[in-house]
Write a protein that binds this ligand. Sequence first.
Ligand code: EPZ
Length: 418
Amino acid sequence: MDALKIIGGRSLKGQVRISGSKNASLPIMAAALLASGKSVLDNVPELADVYTLGKVLEHMGVKVERIGHCLHIDASYLNHLEAPYELVRTMRASILVLGPLLARFGEAKVSLPGGCAIGARPIEQHLQGLERLGATIKVEHGYVIASAKKLLGTELILDMPTVTGTENLMLAASLAQGVTTIRNAAREPEIVDLAKALSSMGVHIEGAGSECIIIHGNSDLQPYNHRVVADRIEFGTFLVAGALVGEDMAIVEGVPEHQAALIDKLRASGAQIQIKDHSIKISKSIGRPKPVEVQTAPYPGFPTDMQAQLMALLTVANGVSVVTENIFENRFMHVAELDRLGANIRVDGGKAIIEGVNNLSGSIVMATDLRASACLVLAGLIAEGETVVRRIYHIDRGYEHIEQRLCNLGADIVRFKE
Ligand code: EPZ
């Protein structure tokens, strides 16, 4: 298994470019199932999750070809309406094929994703929404089996603004007859990007990015040609790296308004940030960072996907910070590992109370999920001496060549096999 060895204390300077968004690429790849013909998706990151969804599509008879950062997805010969457990269990977002398969072919069989390290992560909102559109859904032998003679647009009110739930229903509604209104919809930039791709296929969509999305279904969709938006979580992770050890570090092609809540917190902590169009310059605070209070919330609130990385910074703040996790029930697994690096963090239910320490000291730590691994790599950038982050296959799911890009900025990180 691969691990990363990090020597802490190096400053980061120079420029890094943000990749295309993983969490926008996945639903847009699923959107290619809605039309016969070849869709072209550009700026797709080279990541394990993208590869896994490609495998799910190929399993169905879809042709998927990668040329650099461009995916060509041809759903003309799709002949197998099933996403098997062996693939879905490695990536929950495979559930995104359910809506498009059902809408285009009237049936689908998709493995239930099951729980994951950060929480139970149920999908009843996806299933209830599809039922309201006219589908019959059974769960048998660990599979969701869905069928529908035809989907009919209607009003859907989500119990919570679920991201992939909103996306699955947007995908299904795109081929449904009539108008579908999704209320209490997720507002994340990935939703807006999916809406752009669907519009280019011939769907008329209003309100993406607000809590009410209106989708005018069209039974004759065309393949898309789309460029994926920048990855806001990768952007945020580099911003925290800059707040930790940056010296006039430049980040290009991230979208600052997609990380407004994080930028606010980083500024409050003392980081020096200058925004110019799609480029941002960041330097660490003068002296230790100041403590901050953070509550995770659906977009545009502070993202749960940035909570672990920000915590790496708060471990060395000059005072007590409180981080409240409101989205997932088990997203503090990095805490015990940060404590191994000398942090002083106590978890009390959904709150982590972080008593800032002067410095962290390098140690061996274990990655438990994608963003927790990013947090540990960031902590390694400031820890004295050598930090080894084990099981970093998690980080490869969401960050393209992370150690190379940090090294280009001046970090000292080596990947090795254990
Ligand atoms: C998406 O997951 C992201 N994944 C996650 O990214 C991200 O952490 C999450 O949104 C929250 O922002 C992708 O986009 C592929 P949700 P998703 O449905 O859609 C509850 C990363 O690190 N809920 O918005 O699965 C759920 O349990 C990851 O890249 C239900 O109760 O998350 C959670 O508490 C991990 N029933 C909340 O809603 C449902 O039917 C939000 O989950 C659906 C969700």
